[in-house]
Design a protein around this ligand. Structure first.
Ligand code: AMP
Ligand code: GLY
Length: 428
């Protein structure tokens, strides 16, 4: 079987790494890939936005399955393009991708199917939204959450620290800071609790969760500093206890599948449910229609089955027959980022120590890397995901940082506390 992965981040490298191990896979391609993915797959110079070109490539190279990594091509309708040409593809179609592409669409779906989530109101004009925010504060709320409706590359959400800050962010939304994505705005109650990521495969007939994980969104240790795409992740997330899992299945995943069927959504992919566990009860913060990054990195490290077979069965509507084999061993992935990230940063610095890191047994997933004059250099905000598996979470953490410490590039940094939250739970 030939498989094409669309994207160029750590997520795509983790997917490629698993797909390459599948006994049924002959060749893995990645469009456009990166310097690290190039060691595991043949990189193809087509960008994720060139939907017709990607379909042409899949047809010409007898691709048996295309796996789409990022949300943008899904929201732009890559699945519709592939379906129209009879090409097998993993992901929801354009209409169903609104579960991520429009927070208003997602919220309406949650309310219709009784999925627990934060109370919210939607606005298309600044004056009414501002009035609502003032009322929330007058009613004693100490924070509100403002969300631009559309895709905003992870920047369209504010958990406000003051009424002034909330109103200023709101003004930015309607002033075009996020373009069309901010023309509609949701204002939500602020939920307090601990977050976790639930990734579940869904083919419209069946829904099957992967093992749980937890991201570290803030840039600095102890969850300080601005939000990023994610500075590291671990799996499993102990905050998702057996009781929480049963609530996730009963109150979120089963109603989700029922909703997909009722609405006749073409959904053959992964639903990534960001949850907040509030006093033992999971509530949905957001839906994404793609694998979480970095969450998928430790999750892939724990998968011991045939990943191609699983994804192909999802795309064929036969998820029920898939065999998901997981290791009990925890895994951790630590992100190395460029100095200055998530703000501006410089690129092109040579990365040293990659072979030494791999020699420790860790797997280094590449995100923003490129090849320059024979050297691997940093080329994006998040550069590498250094991942390790251990018999205990402690061992996984220690092995990941042992590998991290072999790697260096000018300005490069990481958080030092990835996985610490998991340990805190286990010590309780
Ligand atoms: P979203 O894109 O909706 O996931 O929002 C990004 C981040 O904002 C989430 O991962 C949470 O950390 C935070 N967030 C979103 N909605 C809420 C909420 N209702 N209450 C508290 N935090 C939230
Ligand atoms: N790590 C969060 C995300 O992929 O959106």
């Amino acid at each position: 079987m030939n498989v094409l992965v669309v994207g160029s981040g750590g997520r795509e490298h983790a997917l490629v790494w698993q797909l390459k191990k599948s006994p049924s896979v002959t060749k893995v391609y990645c469009a456009p890939g990166n310097a690290g993915i190039a060691a595991d797959a043949e990189c193809v110079g087509i960008s994720v936005g060139e939907l017709e070109k990607l379909a042409d490539f899949a047809a010409a190279n007898k691709i048996d399955l295309t796996v789409v990594g990022p949300e943008a091509p899904l929201c732009d309708g890559i699945v519709d393009v592939f379906n129209a040409r009879g090409l097998a593809v993993f992901g929801p179609d354009k209409y169903a991708a609104q579960l991520e592409g429009s927070k208003d669409f997602a919220k309406a779906f949650m309310l219709k199917y009784g999925i627990p989530t934060a109370r919210a109101a939607t606005f298309t004009d600044e004056a009414s939204a501002a009035e609502y925010i003032r009322k929330e504060y007058a009613n004693g709320e100490s924070s509100v959450v403002i969300k631009a409706d559309g895709l905003a590359a992870g920047k369209g959400v504010l958990v406000s620290e003051s009424e002034e800050q909330a109103l200023e962010f709101l003004h930015g939304c309607f002033d075009g800071v996020f373009g069309e994505a901010g023309a509609k705005v949701l204002i939500e109650e602020c939920l307090i609790g601990e977050e976790a990521s639930i990734l579940a495969l869904c083919d419209g007939n069946t829904i099957v969760p992967l093992v749980s994980s937890q991201d570290h969104k803030r840039v600095f240790d102890d969850d300080k500093g601005p939000n990023t795409g994610g500075m590291g992740a671990y799996s499993p997330a102990p905050v998702v206890t057996e009781e929480v899992w049963s609530l996730i299945n009963e109150e979120i995943l089963n109603p989700f599948l029922y909703g997909v069927q009722q609405e006749k959504l073409n959904f053959k992919g992964v639903i990534f449910v960001g949850i907040m566990v509030c006093d033992g009860k999971p509530k949905v913060l957001e839906f994404n229609v793609r694998f979480g990054d970095p969450e998928i990195q430790p999750v892939m490290r724990r998968f011991d089955g045939d990943w191609y077979d699983v994804l192909a069965k999802v795309a064929a509507g036969k998820l029920e027959e898939a065999d998901l084999v997981w290791s009990d061993d925890p895994a951790v992935s630590v992100v190395l980022a460029s100095g200055g990230y998530p703000g501006s940063y410089t690129k092109g610095h040579v990365i040293t120590g990659l072979d030494e890191a791999a020699a420790t047994g860790a797997v280094v997933f590449h995100a923003g890397t490129a090849l320059k004059e024979g050297n691997i250099v940093n080329a994006g905000g998040r550069v590498l995901g250094v991942s390790a598996r251990g018999v205990t979470i402690d061992e996984a953490i220690q092995k990941a940082y042992e590998a991290v410490d072999k790697i260096a590039f000018e300005g490069g940094f990481c958080r030092r506390d990835i996985g610490a939250k998991a340990k805190k739970h286990l010590q309780k």
